[in-house]
Design a binder for this molecule. Structure first.
Ligand code: CS2
Ligand code: MG
Length: 409
């Protein structure tokens, strides 16, 4: 089965997506997600200029060899752009292989290890009453685990909090990438955040009790000792995880956090390869692997990473915001179903326009996601619909401290 044609499709149904289509001589089409929020065209150019020409004529069944060929053959490797491009190729080839075998991808990955993947949704509120309403709306929508993000007194806008009540509820429509000529600038105050967040979880636990799995995203903003302080202050509220407590570039920073708190730690949505995790796994400095298939080199790389994590008792917690396309989300769900060390799956629901472009078959019921038993990934791309939504540049915000110093967003 030869690769006959390769196309990169950039579409923007409310937000930008980059999708790779590979079609074989047998007429099978596989899809891969290559979306890198705010830097989409860099990946699209890498695919169009440097990957597509190398693929045509190759044996579509040689998934591992193609991965190694594109990873090692590029010489300049790792990094978000190359690994998103590689991920798209790899995912599309797995999609093709599973379709050719007439089975859902998870069957090729070892078959189902569970009946479904526990999902968590994004509740948010500018204040506690709005947050509690958003949590209720997500429980009503069927979620059985909830991420909690909240406004901070004195700050106009905060990561993860929809700008209006309409953006809260269960239709969490917080899209951080804004279609502006320059990135929007936000202001941050870590001390105000550290004072406020424990009071929020106190209120949430008082309202919803001790059982509900609650997650929180620190979004890379704390120093290690600040993250240790927050982790310790949240211990009474028994979080499922504290995510991105500190920037991940310095893996030894997590060593310090680990010394101070038993709050479980999740990290890695901005990591691009297993090598970013190795010290964290070997020293058991984290509890959950946050990477998405889309940003970590695809199904092949993600399966190897999660199998290594299993050796150290670390579970999956794959990234699943709306800037992971339904193709990337479906790839995660097939892995979620098959691996033994599944933890939880992030699930921000895509907009109706997005789901007009990407026709999905995965399901969400009783708090669990299932990839479906459709052959392959179970997602198709409607190119006519995609053409109705042309690309529009959009940037993620830039964060500054109150004195104007640039800070992690
Ligand atoms: C966030 C992401 O979902 C999460 O955990 O960290 O939504 C992140 O802000 C976006 O992927 C950035 O594009
Ligand atoms: Mg995150």
């Amino acid at each position: 089965m030869r690769i006959e044609s390769v196309r990169t499709v950039v579409t923007s149904p409310g937000r930008n997506f980059v999708t790779l289509r590979i079609t074989t001589s047998d007429g099978i089409t596989g899809l891969g997600d290559a979306t890198l929020n705010g830097r989409e065209l860099a990946v699209a150019a890498y695919l169009t200029e440097h990957v597509e020409p190398l693929l045509v004529g190759r044996d579509a069944g040689r998934v591992e060899d193609t991965w190694q060929y594109l990873y090692r053959g590029a010489y300049w490797r790792r990094g978000p752009v190359t690994m998103a491009a590689l991920a798209a190729v790899d995912t599309a080839l797995w999609d093709i292989k599973a379709q050719a075998a007439g089975m859902p991808l998870y069957e090729l990955l070892g078959g189902a290890s569970r009946r479904g993947a526990l999902a968590y949704g994004h509740a948010s509120g500018r204040d506690v009453p709005e947050l509690l309403d958003s949590i209720r709306a997500h429980l009503d929508a069927g979620y059985r685990a909830i991420r909690v993000q909240t406004g901070i007194p004195g700050l106009d806008s905060v990561y993860g909090v929809a700008a209006s009540a309409a953006g809260g509820g269960d239709r969490y429509d917080y899209e951080p990438a804004r279609r502006t000529a320059l990135p929007v600038e936000e202001t941050w105050d870590t001390r105000a955040y550290l004072r406020h967040v424990p009071t929020v979880f106190e209120a949430v636990r008082a309202e919803f009790g001790p059982e509900l799995p609650l997650l929180h995203d620190g979004h890379h903003r704390m120093t290690p000792i600040q993250a240790a302080k927050l982790g310790k202050s949240l211990e009474p509220y028994d979080l499922f995880w504290l995510e991105d407590a500190t920037p991940g570039e310095d893996p030894t920073a997590l060593r310090l956090i680990r010394q101070h708190t038993t709050t479980p730690l999740a990290i890695g949505e901005v990591f691009n390869s297993v090598h970013d995790y190795t010290p964290l796994l070997q020293e058991r400095l984290i509890d959950y692997v946050r990477s998405a298939v889309t940003h970590t080199g695809g199904v092949t790389a993600m399966k190897k990473l999660l199998d290594l994590a299993a050796v150290y008792g670390v579970k999956s917690g794959m990234h699943g915001p709306t800037d992971i396309s339904p193709v990337g989300q479906a790839a995660a769900l097939h892995l979620d179903l098959a691996i033994h060390n599944f933890g939880i799956q992030e699930y921000m629901r895509h907009s109706p326009d997005t789901l007009d472009v990407f026709r999905t078959s995965y399901t969400f019921a009783d708090g669990l996601l299932h990839p479906s038993d459709a052959p392959g990934l179970g997602v198709t791309l409607d190119e006519e619909a995609a053409a109705r939504f042309p690309y529009a540049p959009a940037y993620l915000p830039v964060n500054r401290l109150t004195d104007g110093t640039v800070h992690d967003w």
